[in-house]
Design a protein around this ligand. Structure first.
Ligand SMILES: *Cc1c(COP(=O)(O)O)cnc(C)c1O
Length: 457
């Protein structure tokens, strides 16, 4: 941040990542951009494996039995299901398509959890047959599930009851106290049709303490449910482990320095519009902090409560498993001069960098890969527009201070985009093709090894 930050143009440098750096330096991206003829994403499965390992270490170091499900909505690529299958991890799915995809890439049925509201009959039937864990979100859903299993069950429906978080009473998800009571009663009555394995939640935001507090309450709920003869041996804390994209100093400097003059068309953002691009406790660090936190009303930490109750902790991280696991590559196809900055047009759209669609902006600085080594160096602020006819379709409203003058044919590489940016909003608007995903199985010398992802949409 020092140099260009001091010049008055806020920057947000991504945390250094050797694997991404190796790909940038390899020359591969220019070849792929030419070969694929449009924007593309690249994926780094080794990073996913490493993130899974660090989460598992956090659990084992705290002496807590746990199981990690990858929240599939964060990125559709097949390679993540393949990695889950290879590593014995689970997948969190919310549709027949996601469930089928995870199974088809080798994840075992009993390693799936099905979340999402008002799951339809086809999804419930498939989940029961595959032995997947089902996070029940409403009483009518529980009734439908019990009816699906029928009176002579071959196998029971495996169920956790999703709780409406008391601290987020306006959430549209989960059961409130009286509904939970009724659900427990119905589970007990359903006998062999239902195996009530515990409770779950998923909180908005990234704070650790509210998760510890609610987890503490679910531990108590499990103990009470067991007293009624139910299994209740696990709780799921959902997702929401924060990811740090940048360091603390850069993030603070960015927020303090940015104003509407730094954006195309004088657009303005407040700090609350942005994802928190730095968190003091992120990824496995956030999990460690959670396990070490003392839930409200308890004098021991969450890890100790889980151990004492012999409970398994289930997690459904999406973003945290995808940290540093991919990036997005656009080619500059037009450069306009505006007063004091340039307006670049790239070969893709903000539908392939989703943050724009949430009243926000993806802030980590893109890398400029110049094809012309003689491009003038210096400070060249530029905003980045999309190849569409929408006035508002910008990938970066921010005037990013590039270290060389961007030219047609240069590549812009947005770092660390695998979590939520790539495909949640993608469409073939304007009849533009969807950006393919390139899996880079090996980043080190002599050459990166790449292939196309096997996902079918
Ligand atoms: C979205 C979602 C997750 C994943 O959240 P992250 O913030 O990506 O970790 C986990 N569980 C449920 C129920 C979700 O809806």
């Amino acid at each position: 941040m020092a140099v260009s930050g001091a010049s008055g143009w806020p920057t947000l440098p991504a945390l250094p990542d050797p694997a991404t750096r190796a790909v940038l330096d390899s020359g591969l991206l220019a070849e792929l951009s030419y070969a694929l003829g449009g924007p593309f994403h690249f994926l780094l499965p080794d990073a996913f494996d490493a993130n899974l390992r660090t989460l598992r270490s956090a659990l084992s170091d705290a002496g807590v039995a746990g199981f990690v499900y990858y929240a599939k909505k964060a990125n559709k690529a097949a390679v993540w299901s393949e990695r889950c299958a290879a590593n014995g991890a689970g997948v969190d799915t919310a549709s027949v398509g996601e469930l089928r995809d995870a199974l088809g890439h080798g994840v075992r049925g009993e390693h799936l959890v099905v979340t999402g509201p008002a799951k339809d009959g086809a999804l419930l039937r498939l989940a029961v047959r595959q032995g997947a864990l089902i996070a029940v979100d409403a009483l009518d859903e529980l009734d439908a599930l019990i009816a699906t299993v029928g009176p002579d069950p071959v196998r029971p429906a495996r169920v956790v009851l999703r709780c409406l978080p008391p601290a987020q009473p306006h959430s549209r998800f989960g059961l409130h106290d009286t509904e939970l009571e009724a659900a427990l009663e119905r589970c007990a009555r359903a006998a062999d049709a239902v195996r009530m394995e515990g409770f779950s939640f998923h909180l908005s935001g990234y704070a650790v303490q509210p998760r510890a507090d609610l987890a503490g309450r679910l531990v108590e709920r499990c103990l009470k449910a067991r007293a009624r003869g139910l299994v209740a041996d696990r709780i799921s804390i959902g997702g929401g482990l924060a990811v740090s994209y940048t360091d603390a100093v850069s993030w603070r400097g960015f927020l303090a320095g940015q104003h509407s003059g730094h954006y195309h068309a004088g657009k303005s953002f407040t700090a609350g519009d942005f994802y928190p691009y730095h968190s003091p406790a992120a990824g496995a660090g956030a999990l460690r902090a959670l396990l070490a936190a003392r839930p409200e009303g308890h004098h021991r930490n969450l890890a100790a409560l889980l151990q004492d109750a012999a409970l398994t902790l289930l997690l459904e991280p999406g973003r945290a498993l995808l940290d540093q696991a991919g990036a997005t590559v656009f080619r500059i196809q037009g450069v306009k001069d505006r007063a004091g900055y340039q307006l670049l047009t790239v070969d893709g759209t903000s539908l392939s960098l989703s943050e724009q669609w949430f009243h926000s902006e993806y802030l980590p600085d893109p890398h400029l890969l110049s094809h012309d080594p003689d491009a003038p160096a210096g400070l060249h602020p530029a905003s980045v527009g999309a190849a569409t006819c929408l006035e508002s379709d910008l990938i970066s409203w921010r005037k990013i201070p590039f270290p060389r003058r961007p030219r047609i044919g240069d590549l812009l590489v947005y770092p660390n985009t695998a979590g939520y940016q790539m495909d949640s909003n993608e469409s073939s608007f304007h009849d533009l093709p969807l950006p393919p995903k390139v899996v880079i199985d090996r980043t080190e010398r002599p050459r990166p090894r790449w292939r196309l992802d096997r996902q079918r949409s």
